[in-house]
Design a protein around this ligand. Sequence first.
Ligand code: SF4
Length: 261
Amino acid sequence: MVYPVRSRRSRGISIGINLFPHKKVCDLDCIYCEVDNPGTSGIQPSSELLKSELQQYFTEIKAGRLFTNERINDIAFSGDGEPTISPMFAEAVRIAAATRAEFANRELKLVLITDALTLHRPATRAAVEELLQHNGEIWAKLDAGTEEYYKIVDRGNAPLERQFNNIREFGIIHPLVVQSMFLRVHGVPPPEAEVDAYIDRIRKLIADGVKMIRIDAYTVARPTTESYATALADAELDAIAARVRAAIGPRPPVETYYSKS
Ligand code: SF4
């Protein structure tokens, strides 16, 4: 359930928590999804397992036997699905917070990587607000400007408007990072009109008072669920990021994560 990675976006080591080691469970079906979990691991998620694995990693880190001289940036809820729909999400937040307190690293963040589709639910809100009290940070997905493109790329049952409104309502109260995937679909990069619609949404979020820490624009970096979902060239991603920057100004910053860097 716990998997450390060297993370580009964390700029250091990120200790990942996977609440779905047994199989992928998500409320989206993104064409670019990089989760490869056929459901054969035989590992059942549990509080005990999570606690014990976190303890093991942090004991090794504290003793200087693991990631020596590397910065441990965060404990991140990510893994093989949408963390907030796990029945043990709230408990897992408490366990991660307790681990962070025990290892007494005030800089260590608790990061939630989420598709934002459940942020309107009181139970999710309560758990996320607890996470925020422990140097938490939310990275919320927004991949599309139009419902039509969202259905092509994210293939969600819930409407894009729900994701957008959840980011809006949550982000007005709590600062968050917006993370957006830009890619080729059947060889075709995001159409101009789609990028315009995405930029309109970002501008509306900012105008409405969303406290956006930054926008992470990224592209495909690993094998995807659908082979027709492929990476943009660096220059193509740069061009989209430049259009966003031109529309919103220097704040929030737009950072780019390429296919091979
Ligand atoms: S939200 Fe994440 S885990 Fe779920 S399908 Fe999309 S990329 Fe995969």
